[in-house]
Write a protein that binds this ligand. Structure first.
Ligand SMILES: *[C@@H]1O[C@H](CO)[C@@H](O)[C@H](O)[C@H]1NC(C)=O
Ligand SMILES: *[C@@H]1O[C@H](CO)[C@@H](O)[C@H](O)[C@H]1NC(C)=O
Length: 477
């Protein structure tokens, strides 16, 4: 962050020193090696424009410094005190070879109750208007107080520690639950909703989902200017999305496949085969939303990330229920074998939440004491209690709940402004305008896109529209 604030200063200094032929090296001390090398290449030519270009490269390619500082750590230590565990009570796994001390600790943790009480998590679209407003308000307050920033940093720090291994699901369970607990410190009526992106995937084109409007997630194209995260910033500038270009949302058959398996090892990396790899599928919505959601270091800045992971956790909870009742496997004792010293080892501490070990993330007390899930909506009542027009409708032909399209009003008529927006967006993309690339570091790997993109969104809607609407479309396209 500090780095970016410095940039205009550095830029001025560079231009000045180039003018005056002063010691450019003194200034170069401030910039990274790659930029120094770039500047050196142009040293003899002393071309101002070349120097500026080196600095522009630096600006657009800077990888954010996402290290947690002492203030962040103090804040998290406060949270651990609030929920009644302290880091001191969690021992490093190296000193926990004896079974009895482990048993002791589990006994104390199983009495761990959230200070804000147990809550029910439901699909985001099933929140009442008031619930959604309060959720959004709490999110904004977390952002204002710098807590979104801390959680984004924790996720960045956990990129290598809790992805690609057995701790992926348990670590993210603790991560979103701590996030939710903090939301509830601000408003105890709020619980974290989940985003069942399958409900959008079954649309003709998920880009057209009602979710990408100011009342829900806000816009999905470029800098986020509407919805709960309007005007938010990352370390690199305004929060960005770039939806519907790469990869896909979660597909029903992917989840059904995952739910045929019986062991955590079967659905976790690196042991999972491709078709049961829940972490691999989970990369889909990250990359589909795009922009900051697509990279490990920045995804925690987008509120959509927490709702996406809440759905991954909901899928895992269904898996655990099946383990118990269909497979005869106790999910509390199903942590795969991982070599000592690996960050995925059952007794390794969780990054950012060092008062928990990975193994504690698979304990049942989370769903016994902390939260429970309201089932995903099903036909024919896709949106019980929703006001008209409901954001979810039952497609009776397929017997599936489907998200409402933002391109049509409640009479089924095309909303011209939305359609025009889709068209100009598609034009931006084909003409190469659009989101300016930033170097966000490593992105999630994900399945390929399925041909339904932001460019085809309007055409896809037209193909699906009743004949009566075709005339309207002709004038738009
Ligand atoms: C932690 O809590 C103490 C008091 O309980 C408070 O003074 C301090 O500001 C808090 N620190 C952070 C970083 O929130
Ligand atoms: C699931 O995991 C178990 C135990 O790790 C293993 O024996 C079994 O072969 C796995 N099944 C599949 C389909 O990968």
């Amino acid at each position: 962050m500090k780095w970016l604030y410095l940039m205009p200063v550095v830029l001025t200094l560079m231009v000045k020193s180039a003018d005056a032929q002063q010691s450019a090296h003194q200034v170069c001390m401030l910039v990274p090696q790659a930029t120094q090398d770039c500047l050196k290449r142009f040293e003899r030519q002393n071309q101002l424009s070349a120097r500026i270009s080196c600095l522009q490269d630096l600006l657009w390619n800077i990888v954010p410094d996402m290290k947690l500082d002492q203030k962040d750590r103090n804040f998290m230590a406060n949270i651990s005190r609030i929920i009644g565990v302290t880091e001191a009570s969690a021992q490093p796994f190296t000193s926990r070879s004896g079974g009895s001390s482990t048993q002791q600790e589990y006994r104390s943790k199983s009495n761990l109750y959230p200070p804000s009480g147990k809550r029910i998590r439901k699909e985001y679209r099933l929140l009442t208007f008031q619930e959604r407003a309060r959720f959004h308000r709490a999110l904004k307050r977390l952002y204002m107080d710098g807590i979104i920033d801390i959680f984004a940093k924790i996720h960045a720090e956990a990129s290598d520690m809790h992805h690609g291994g057995a701790s992926f699901l348990p670590w993210h369970r603790v991560y979103i639950t701590m996030f939710e607990e903090i939301l509830r410190l601000y408003d105890s009526s709020v619980s974290l909703p989940y985003w069942a992106s399958t409900l959008d995937d079954v649309m003709d084109n998920p880009v057209n989902s009602i979710l990408w409007t100011p009342e829900y997630f806000g816009n999905g194209d470029g800098i986020v200017y509407s919805g709960p995260a309007a005007g938010w910033s990352t370390m690199q500038g305004g929060l960005e999305r770039d939806y519907g270009r790469f990869s896909t949302l979660l597909k029903r058959d992917q989840i059904q496949k995952v739910l045929t398996q019986c062991r955590l090892a079967n659905i976790s990396r690196p042991s999972a085969s491709r078709e049961f790899d829940l972490e691999g599928y989970h990369g889909g919505p990250h990359v589909w939303v795009g922009g900051d959601m697509s990279a490990f270091a920045t995804t925690g800045y987008d509120p959509v990330f927490y709702m996406h992971h809440c759905y991954i956790d909901y899928i895992w909870e269904q898996f655990r229920r099946r383990q118990r009742y269909n497979c005869g496997v106790d999910p509390n004792f199903d942590y795969p074998e991982v070599p000592i010293g690996d960050s995925n080892h059952p007794d390794a501490k969780m990054t950012g939440f060092e008062w928990f070990t990975n193994k504690e993330g698979i304990e049942s007390y989370w769903t016994d004491n902390w939260f429970t899930y309201e089932a995903e909506p099903e036909c024919p009542n896709c949106c019980p209690g929703c006001s008209y027009p409901p954001p979810l409708n039952c497609d009776r032909k397929r017997n599936l709940c489907v998200s409402r399209s933002k391109l049509f009003d409640d009479q089924g008529r095309l909303i011209m402004s939305s359609a025009m927006g889709m068209r100009s967006r598609a034009e931006d993309l084909t003409s190469g305008r659009g989101v300016r690339p930033r170097n966000r570091g490593r992105s999630f790997d994900a399945p390929p896109n399925d041909g339904r993109t932001v460019n085809t969104a309007l055409q896809d809607a037209m193909n699906a529209a009743p004949v009566i609407q075709q005339q309207q479309f002709q004038t738009v396209l």
